[in-house]
Design a protein around this ligand. Structure first.
Ligand SMILES: Cc1cc2nc3c(=O)[nH]c(=O)nc-3n(C[C@H](O)[C@H](O)[C@H](O)COP(=O)(O)OP(=O)(O)OC[C@H]3O[C@@H](n4cnc5c(N)ncnc54)[C@H](O)[C@@H]3O)c2cc1C
Length: 388
């Protein structure tokens, strides 16, 4: 099905086997606030690497998997079958960076990230700037042979595990005053401190603290690309991440559809399996139907990227994939809870965990409303036929 090649099927099979190895750890992670013992997490990361599931998105010449977009989707789809973000150990370093990194940045950040020795986090969102990235107030001021960075960033995912941050700011002074720039900040660095670490809906080991950057000095060598390039990098990252969010949502919805079908087949009520009740059968049927449609949409989007589709077309298609797959997964999780009945409300049940965890997929990497705005904008500019 789906016209997958031998190598597509091979990497999909390895990723599925890895996800199956992680699933038994979910409840322990859930009940321990998202944390597994450090040695277990380390072993999972090593296993992901050994199975060739890390850095699938990075060029082979830098030591990465050099996989097609479709293969990256296949891997992340399997990672998405696992709750509590345990699948994140199949890490995807910033694939937009090699094309714009200096030789020094390749050595200090990209190659170590590909080897799994360094991990990044993104410090872009602020209290007053989320969907509207252009509204950020963080500043970068040239200071001798470096820059001074200032700003308070919100929801900095993985700050607690990362050892460098991408920091987006507006230039303060100079020829590009008011334009965006992106910097690499080593962690820890003097002047970087956690303001607080709020609790979120999901239970995962990656935190999302509010982080203050106060007069943080970075060398000019840590500017990525040129002054004024900052927004272009954010868009590139969003395209990739939206595709991967869609893939993980697909995996989650696939797992839930399988689990609720198995339960509905076995669970007896009124002397027969609940699957025989049309109202329950309808929830199963709607879930699989939407899953099938989502998979076709996502794989086709990835294939378009592999075939060198126009970047604006891909941008809109990645938005469609993210929008549809995240909303579909939310509906499937809601039905799964319903099919499991009271069990579906227990934290030890996969449906309960995904019901909470999937909610953020409609918010981060651009909300559903923002995706709709992107899609509508491109429809008006190019005509619907150019996009679908
Ligand atoms: C768990 C989590 C992890 C995150 N991780 C990171 C991270 O690592 N790095 C990072 O930089 N950011 C991160 N974010 C931030 C995330 O990208 C933003 O929360 C998201 O983009 C929405 O921005 P906002 O929260 O400021 O909401 P707002 O932009 O204030 O939006 C509020 C509401 O208004 C709607 N809205 C806003 N603008 C429009 C519009 N133009 N048209 C229609 N509706 C609109 C939105 O859709 C939403 O419903 C994370 C967020 C969460 C929850």
């Amino acid at each position: 099905m789906y016209g997958l090649s031998e190598s597509d099927l091979d990497i999909q099979k390895r990723a599925a086997a890895f996800a199956d190895e992680l699933i038994p750890f979910e409840v322990d992670a859930e009940l321990a606030g998202g944390e597994l013992p450090a040695e277990v997490t380390k072993a999972h990361a090593a296993r992901a690497r050994e199975m060739g599931l890390c850095a699938t998105n990075m060029p082979a010449e830098l030591g990465g998997g050099g996989c097609t977009a479709l293969q990256q989707v296949l891997v992340q789809e399997q990672a998405g079958r696992v709750t509590n973000a345990l699948g994140w150990v199949a890490a995807t370093p910033p694939s937009w960076l090699p094309a714009v990194a200096t030789a020094d940045q390749l050595d200090r950040y990209v190659r170590p990230a590909v080897r799994g020795e360094r991990e990044e986090c993104y410090a872009i969102t602020e209290e007053g700037a989320g969907s509207d990235v252009a509204a950020i107030e963080a500043t970068a001021r040239r200071d001798g042979d470096g820059y001074l960075l200032n700003g308070v960033k919100w929801h900095v995912t993985s700050y607690n595990t990362a050892d460098f941050a991408f920091f987006q700011a507006k230039l303060d002074g100079g020829a590009h005053h008011g334009e965006h720039a992106m910097f690499l900040v080593d962690l820890p660095s003097p002047g970087v401190r956690v303001v607080r670490t709020p609790a979120y809906t999901h239970t995962i080991s990656h935190h999302h603290p509010i982080v203050a950057f106060t007069d943080v000095r970075v060398p000019a060598a840590n500017l990525i690309g040129a002054e004024g390039d900052g927004m272009a990098f954010a868009y590139e990252w969003f395209r990739f991440e939206r595709l991967m969010v869609a893939a993980r949502c697909l995996g989650a919805a696939g797992r839930l559809t399988g689990e609720m079908t198995a339960f509905a087949r076995e669970r007896q009520a009124g002397g027969r399996p609940i699957s025989e009740y049309g109202l329950v059968g309808g929830m199963l049927a709607d879930s699989l139907t939407e899953l099938f449609a989502s998979r076709a949409l996502l794989y086709e989007t990835a294939r378009g990227i592999d075939a060198g589709a126009d970047v604006k077309v891909s941008h809109a298609q990645c938005s469609m994939a993210k929008l549809y797959c995240s909303e579909m997964a939310g509906r499937v999780a809601d039905r799964a809870v319903q099919v499991f009945g009271g069990r579906g409300y227990m934290r030890e049940n996969v449906a309960e965990r995904f019901y909470r965890e999937l909610r953020v997929e409609r918010i981060w990497e651009g909300t559903s409303e923002v995706q709709r705005a992107i899609i509508a904008g491109q429809m008006v500019k190019r005509g619907p036929a150019a996009l679908a």
